[in-house]
Design a protein around this ligand. Structure first.
Ligand code: ZN
Ligand code: ZN
Length: 133
């Protein structure tokens, strides 16, 4: 099984990113080159994956309506693995390391769906998710 590694060249992330749109792949690779704690949990979801995600409320969309269902995938989900190798779930980390750079690069971030930049809304919602608008 391919594992996530925190050396800046994670083989598991590279495998997942092969299924992502080149623009999103380039964005993810740049984030990873700047911060080895940035990892990818999901790019393309096939029908079985999407059905599962819908069933556990990880997605509110049915196949094939999610941007994760396109080929290549128009969405990437990120997460943090800290320097000790432990997954983290920190709202501020998502905002600073994923949300702000994603919006600056022209993508839509799941923590700010309507992209109005209103601060009290930021960091709420689907923080791991970045998609091509
Ligand atoms: Zn990884
Ligand atoms: Zn997503």
């Amino acid at each position: 099984m391919v594992r996530h590694e925190n050396n800046g060249r994670c083989p598991k992330c590279a495998e997942l990113l092969k299924l992502a749109h080149p623009k999103l792949r380039a964005f993810a690779e740049k984030r990873q080159s700047e911060n080895a704690e940035v990892h990818v949990s999901c790019t393309f979801r096939d029908k079985a994956d999407q059905d599962r995600a819908f069933a556990i409320h990880a997605s509110d969309k049915k196949w094939p309506m999610s941007k994760h269902n396109r080929t290549p995938s128009y969405a990437v989900d990120f997460f943090q693995i800290d320097r000790r190798g432990n997954p983290q779930w920190n709202k501020d980390w998502f905002l600073l390391e994923i949300g702000v750079p994603a919006e600056r690069a022209g993508f839509r971030w799941g923590g700010d769906w309507d992209r109005d930049g209103v601060p009290h809304e930021r960091g709420e919602g689907d923080n791991p998710h970045v998609e091509i608008p």
